[in-house]
Each structure stands twice: as C-alpha cells, then as structure tokens.
Design a protein around this ligand. Structure first.
Ligand code: GDP
Ligand code: MG
Length: 715
C-alpha cells in the first residue's frame, strides 16, 4: 500500500531534521506550486511505500501567512493518508495548539514528540498514554537528531493510515460546541462525517476562504451568523479569539493532567548561554564579531583565495597544483578550437562569450559554498534564530525581518549568495522584502565602479566610498518603509514567535547537505542564465550595421550595442548622463557590475584601465561633471543588479510577476534617487534646469508621501 504522510509542525520543531533522517538522500526539493515556499518530498528509506511531504513550518492553520495557506490547502485538498505532527517536547503548550487544529481535519494523526533527548535530560515527565487519550491519537516519543523512536513513528503512521479517516473528538466548552453543532447541522451535514468539524470551526471563525469555497448563500450565512453572534455576546469576544482561547484552555487542562516539569525556574545550559549571547548589551557586539569572522573567512580569505584560484587559474591562464602546472580551461578550449580549425567568430563566441562569462560566475562557487557552510552551521546550532531575534525589533520598524540582516550582510560580498541567503527567512513576505532590497547594498563588484567615479571626478575623495554604503543602507530602509504600506506587504504581521532551540553542535552531514543543496542550485541555474545572456551580449557587441547591413565589426562604436546605447540615451539625460557610453556601461553592468569600469576602458579609447594611466580619468571628465558622475554612480548602485543576481531573484521569488516587480522597482527607485541627486546637485553648481528641479521636487514629495501615508490593508 502506498501511503502519503504529511509532516506538520511549528517552525523549528525539527521537521527538516526528521525529514532528512527518514528519507536520507531519497528526496526531492522544490517549491510549492506557484509560491516560493520550499517543498520537500521523499520516500522513507526503510519503507519506500511511504512518501513523506515536509509542510512549511506553521503555528496555526489560520489563513494569514502564505505558509499557513500552503499547508492548509495541501491538507484539506490533497488529503494525505496521515499526518505526522511533530511536536517540540520542550514547548508542548505552543506546539499542541497546532495539534488541536490538525486533529480536527479528520485525517489520521500521529503525534511525534520530538527533542525527547532534551526533555529527558531536563527531567521533565510527559505521560504519553494519558496525553494520547486526550488528543485522540497515538503518540510516540522521538529524537529526530539522535534518530531514536523513528521506526515506531513510521509503524504508527502505517497503522493509522490503514485504519482510515476518523471523526474528530469534540472538546470545546458548552456554548461553543452548541454553536458548532448548529453550524454542522445547517451547512456542512452533506460533507463526509470526518470533515464536518473542520468546516464548522472555520465557519464559526468566519474564515473567508472557507466561506468562499463552500459558496454559501446569504441566507445560510445570516442563519449561522446568529449562532456566532450569540456566543460572541456570551463571551464578550470575537469568534476567532474565542476559538483560540478554547484551544489553549483545552491544552492547559490536558497538560495539567499529564505533564510534570521538574524544576520550573531552573536554567538549562542553553538559558545560561543565552544570558550572554542575547544579553541586552552584549548581543550586538558579539554578533558583530561572529559575523565579521564568517565574512572574513568566506569572502575575504578562504573564499577569495579560492575564487581567485578559479577565476585566474581554472578559468584563466592556468594554475599550479601540487607542484604540477595545469592549463586553464579557456586555454585548453582555445587550443582545441584552433586544432579543429574553428571559424574565428565561433571561437570568439565560445571563448569570450561562453567560457569567459560562465567561468566568471562559476568562479563564485567556492565563496558560495564556504559561506553556506557557515550559514548552515549557524542555523543548525541555534545561533541564527538568536541573531534574528535580537535584530528583529530594530528591523521591524523598517518593515524588514530580523533575518533579512544575513542576506544584506552576505550581499556586501556578492548579491547572488545574498539573495539566496534569504531562503533562511521562513515568512514569505519578509523573504520577498529581503530579495527586493538586498542588492541595494554595494557588492564587491561595485567597488571598482565607486573607485572609478571617486578617482576620476572627485580626486579620490575619501567620502565617496562610505557614502555609497550609506546610500545602499538608506535605500533598504526607505524601501522597507514604503513597501510595508502597500497592500501586497500588508496584512497581519507574522508575529515573531520563534522557538529558540537549545544550542547544540549540528551533525556535520546536515550542515554539508544544506550547503550542498543551496550551492548546487547556484551552479545549475545561475549558470544557465549567464550562459544565455553572455551569448546575447557577445552578438550585440560583435555585430554592427554597415551600409545598412548587419555585419561583424571590430569597431564597438558601430556595434549594435552602441546603437542600443544611443537608443536609450535620452532616458538618462534628466539624470545627467545622456551619452551612449554611460548607457552601454550601465547595460553591460547588468551582465556583471565589473563591466561598468571595463566598458569605459574600452569605449573611452584605452583598453587598459590602470589607475596610474590617468587617461581614462581624463576622458571621464570629458563626459561627466562631478554631479552627473555621482548621479551615474548612484544609478548603477541601486538599479537592477547583474544578471546572475537577477537570476537569483527569479529563483527565490519563483514567480515571474514578483521578479519583474522587484527589478522594475529597483530601476524606478534608482532613477528617482539619481534624478534628485543630479537636479538638486546642479542647484549648487549653478547650472540648474528649472523643469528638472521641479520634477525632482515632485519625486521627492511623492516619496515622502509614500513614506508617511497610512498603510493599506488587504481586504
Ligand atoms: P524545522 O524548522 O521544523 O525544519 O526544524 P529543524 O529540523 O531545522 O530543527 C530545528 C533545530 O532543532 C535544529 O537545530 C535541529 O538540529 C534541532 N533538533 C531537531 N530535532 C532535535 C532533537 O530531537 N533533539 C535536539 N536536541 N535537537 C533537535
Ligand atoms: Mg525546516
């Protein structure tokens, strides 16, 4: 018999750990259809008949967060054969809240009380038999981490799945039960017996989605409304809160009966560590040190060393390993192409376009793996939740989650892993916000651009570089504040209820697996995006119109690329840089931000961009004033990131609509800020254009309005 079992539980209850332990490598990772929430499915190693589906971590089956909607939709519509409800044994009360809802669905439930290793160590006692009677379903004690009790859990799942659906036990107080019975009677009596309870409760809560799904007519609605209002008056509360209270009362009664805490006020080792690590004064400094360390290792030392090795060695001239000399991949391919007598244009396409472009992206792979190794470790040992917790209060003020700090931080190295690091944010809304704003933080590839502008137009002034970071951070905060007020980002704020799991050394294989999953998808997908765009860029750069015919050209001024540059130049005139070279530099910057500098190098007549050879700086002064140069810098810092990062956005959003929104938003935002920089800036240099200044003032006014207007809410 094939059994489909859904793994449901709170975030941090150990679902992923259990899932990995049960399925081993026998798993499939993707996204839930149409949404970005991670979906994992796999067959149980020892029992290939059983398929496990890892639902998103949720605290409730209400319809307020995307995670809840996804989990609920799956349970109600796909009707798995059984639910394995993972309950964190160190936090029974909050975890059982979800349990009371799962058992209402009519789907057979097995409760697995997890973290039993910790519970046993603390000396707390749970009377499993009694609790099982209260909850109306079998309970097993497990430790997903130590892999104990897993076989029994699987056996129980098989047993309940074989028995089939069951009618939930009723358990709320008199009035509520009375109203529920009425609703069942009036509306849902035609549904299968075991499903009636769920629908009745949801109707009692006036759950919009259920009302819609059952397509009730207004007569019936007003009929049950009477029952609901009656109870609401009785309890002097709204129906949704009444149900919440009922559930907690029920849990409290159960726990009073079958749960004994050993020492109520005793401090666990984790509590003691937390006294230091999440201390009001020490938390941030300690955090800064930890982050500096990780950043230093993965981006500055080991990562850079390996990335340089990849870029200059494996994808460059060649390298020496263990005393032996190896040729770089491009060299090998070039030799091969020469031997094959390959046409020059094809050789150029393969070498300059494909190998060069894809190679430069693959060069990031070591950095990404090192970084994800550390992130997985921090996540696994429990520190990440603390970081998020410490920062959350501050970040919330700007509409960001505490967890979005990690993507931003990683983004200072490269936006691609930065955007990918947003995966660790479970709430969909917060993750989207992080994906949209992460690339505002200047990545390392933007540093040469900053250097060029600072050098050529500001006499290497020391304030230029810090100002770029300041602009990036401000852009994140301003965007957070503005977007927070839009309907798409509004709605019930996901409360920051987060388990702070006890500290422990995460098993190395979990850390490595997490690193591998994230890293490999980078290799696979970013590689394909880059490949395509490189081919396109190569064609645009290599072909041009001569005498009305499209021919291959050596002269970049005649290339299609310069044609395109001129085509768009007018758009940037209000920003102060309406020359085709800047436009092409911006466009090639979309391939990789490093291109901005090298493009100027090529276009301004000196292919070697050396700091000593001030020739390019001289030429830059020919097409930029300091104000327009700074405006150009700001635009390139804030506008859409490079294609690799756009690919990452596309992947993390998993929605064309949202990816387009993110990229368009970034461009529009960049345009608005650059416009203000140039127009207001030119007021000071005395060559202001009155229409431009008025336009910039209008933009400023509109942005201020977006910042202070009242928040929109979803219907
Ligand atoms: P999820 O959010 O439900 O997927 O939870 P995870 O599987 O990521 O687990 C959260 C944390 O709890 C991780 O640090 C796990 O290593 C840890 N954990 C999971 N199961 C156990 C367990 O049985 N005992 C202990 N001590 N820790 C566990
Ligand atoms: Mg998980």
């Amino acid at each position: 018999m094939n059994i489909k079992v859904a793994l449901a539980g709170n975030p941090n209850s150990g679902k992923t750990t259990l899932f990995n332990a049960l399925t081993g490598s026998n798993q499939f990772v993707g996204n839930w259809p149409g949404v970005t929430v991670e979906k994992k499915e796999g067959k149980v190693k020892k029992n290939p008949d059983i398929t496990v589906v890892d639902l998103p971590g949720i605290y409730s089956l209400s319809p307020y967060t995307l995670e809840e909607v996804v989990a609920r939709k799956y349970l109600v519509e796909e009707k798995p054969d059984a639910i394995l409800n993972l309950v964190d044994g160190t936090n029974l009360e909050r975890n059982l809240y979800l349990t009371t809802q799962l058992t209402e669905l009519g789907i057979p439930v097995v409760i697995a009380i997890n973290m039993m290793d910790v519970v046993r160590k603390s000396g707390d006692k749970i009377d499993i038999e009694k609790l099982s009677i209260h909850m109306g379903c079998p309970i097993v004690e497990i430790s997903a981490l130590k892999e104990t009790g897993l076989d029994e859990a699987v056996e129980q799942v098989k047993r309940v799945a074989a028995k089939g659906r069951k009618i939930p036990q009723h358990n709320f107080s008199g009035e509520v039960e009375h109203a529920l019975a009425h609703i069942e009677e009036a509306v849902v009596h035609e549904l299968p017996d075991e499903e009636q309870r769920w629908y009745a409760v949801k109707l009692f809560e006036r759950d919009g989605r259920v009302i819609e799904k059952l397509s009730l007519n207004s007569d019936i609605i007003s009929h049950i409304e009477k029952d609901i209002i009656h109870v609401e008056e009785e309890y002097d509360d709204d129906s949704e809160s009444i149900i919440i209270n009922e559930r907690y009362n029920y849990i409290a009664r159960c726990l009073a009966d079958c749960y004994k805490k050993k020492n109520k006020n005793g401090l666990t080792p984790s509590d003691k560590i937390d006294r230091v690590l999440t201390n009001r004064f020490l938390a941030l400094p300690i955090f800064a040190v930890v982050i500096f360390f990780i950043y230093y290792i993965s981006v500055s030392t080991v990562g850079t060393w390996m990335t340089d090795f990849m870029n200059d060695g494996v994808f460059g001239e060649g390298f020496t390993l263990f005393g032996k000399d190896f040729l770089g991949i491009p060299v090998i391919i070039e030799q091969l192409l020469v031997r094959l007598n390959c046409a020059p244009w094809l050789r150029s396409l393969i070498l300059d376009g494909i190998v060069g472009g894809v190679g430069s992206v693959l060069g990031f792979v070591p950095q990404i793996f090192v970084l994800f190794f550390f992130l997985a470790f921090l996540e696994g040992c429990g520190y990440m939740s603390r970081i998020a917790f410490v920062l959350d209060k501050l970040f919330r003020k700007f509409g960001l989650s505490g967890k979005s700090f990690i993507p931003m931080l990683v983004g200072t190295g490269c936006s691609v892993p930065g955007i990918m690091a947003s995966r660790t944010i479970e709430s969909d809304r917060d993750r989207k916000m992080a994906v949209i704003t992460t690339s505002f933080i200047p990545c390392s590839a933007k540093i040469p651009v900053i250097g060029l502008i600072a050098g050529a137009l500001f006499g290497k002034a020391a304030w230029v570089a810090p100002s770029a970071y300041f602009i990036g951070i401000t852009a994140v905060m301003v965007s957070g504040l503005m977007l927070k007020k839009t309907a798409a980002f509004s709605g019930a704020e996901a409360p920051f209820v987060m388990e702070l799991p006890p500290y422990h050394l995460p098993p190395m294989r979990n850390v490595l697996r997490s690193m591998w999953e994230r890293g490999w998808s980078f290799v696979k997908k970013a590689g394909t995006v880059i490949l395509l765009s490189m081919v396109i860029l190569w064609f645009l750069q290599s072909f041009g119109f001569e005498n009305g015919r499209l021919v291959m050209t050596e002269d970049i001024n005649k290339s299609v690329l310069s044609f395109i540059g001129n085509l768009f130049a007018w758009m940037f005139r209000p920003l102060g840089f309406g020359n085709w070279q800047s436009v092409v530099a911006t466009l090639t910057g979309l391939i990789a931000k490093e291109n901005v500098v090298s493009t100027f190098g090529v276009l301004l007549g000196n292919s070697e961009v050396s700091e000593a050879g001030n020739e390019i700086w001289q030429a830059m002064r020919g097409i930029f004033t300091p104000v327009s140069g700074y405006s150009f810098l700001v635009f390139n810092l804030l506008c859409a990131p490079c294609v690799a990062a756009m690919g990452a956005i596309r992947r993390e959003m998993n929605s064309l609509k949202w990816s387009a929104f993110a990229i368009i938003y970034q461009c529009v935002f960049a345009y608005a800020v650059s416009l203000m920089v140039y127009q207001f800036g030119s007021l000071f240099t005395g060559n202001a254009d009155i229409i431009g200044v008025i336009a910039a003032a209008a933009v400023l006014g509109y942005m201020l309005f977006l910042l202070v207007r009242p928040a929109k809410t979803k219907k």
